[in-house]
Design a protein around this ligand. Structure first.
Ligand code: ADP
Ligand code: 5GP
Length: 196
């Protein structure tokens, strides 16, 4: 069976990555969402094992020591990492994998797995990003400020990505993500093997 492909979704905090990825998953049950581990406390409504594996710093360090992560990084005071095992299992089953991760993690995955497809999700404006992040109401103003700062600092690397999606409306962003997934499965190296 053909291995699945890895799609990395990156973009500033509050741009709507979680929102558009959730919509994408709802329409592609075969897609596998990589559930990350984090030391960040759960937000109201977040479920352990579904949105994240919520770990203590000690547990997280143990996973690092056991080489359980495909990548891991610190983001605004908390650790985040992608468990390797489930990603590989899903790909072996022919499923495409979605990683919603920040920039340092994306760079690590890119170095280790250059074939992974990198998609940057941008806001229509920085003012709108701030509205969304404040509107979500999950961080205090100091954390909001640090997350916004980080998003602006990292914006320059978006040029190196394979795709650039502007999350203006959710419908449009999801449509563009679907188009990217579809296009990536129309590459000759994949298609040519289907001709007998
Ligand atoms: P991220 O996962 O990138 O941090 P979220 O998916 O949590 O972002 O979205 C941040 C906030 O913005 C949420 O309150 C979400 O409902 C809202 N949001 C997401 N996409 C849009 C959009 N296209 N237009 C308006 N609000 C949006
Ligand atoms: P949040 O705390 O808002 O859920 O996530 C903060 C940032 O961490 C987001 O940019 C998100 O994409 C990123 N993130 C989530 N999981 C991972 C992960 O496994 N690895 C890395 N490097 N970043 C992650």
């Amino acid at each position: 069976m053909r291995r699945g492909k890895t799609f990395i979704i990156c973009g500033p905090s509050g741009v709507g990555k979680g929102t558009v990825v959730a919509r994408l998953l709802a329409s592609y049950p075969k897609l596998y969402f990589s559930v990350s581990a984090t030391t960040r406390p759960p937000r109201p409504g977040e479920v352990d094992g579904k949105h994240y594996h919520f770990l203590s710093r000690e547990q997280f360090q143990r996973w690092i020591d056991e080489d359980a992560f495909l990548e891991h990084a610190e983001f605004v005071g908390n650790l985040y990492g992608t468990p390797k095992l489930y990603v590989d299992k899903a790909m072996d089953q022919g499923r495409d994998v979605i990683l919603d991760i920040e920039i340092q993690g994306a760079e690590q995955v890119h170095r280790r797995r250059p074939e992974a497809i990198r998609i940057y999700v941008a806001p229509p404006s920085w003012a709108e990003l701030e509205r969304r992040l404040i509107g979500r109401g999950t961080e205090d103003m100091e954390k909001v400020r640090r997350r916004l700062e980080r998003g602006k600092e990292e914006f320059a690397v978006a040029r190196d990505f394979d795709y650039f999606v502007i999350n203006d409306t959710v419908d449009r962003a999801v449509e563009e993500l679907r188009a990217i997934l579809l296009a990536e499965h129309c590459r000759p190296d994949e298609r040519i093997t289907q001709i007998h």
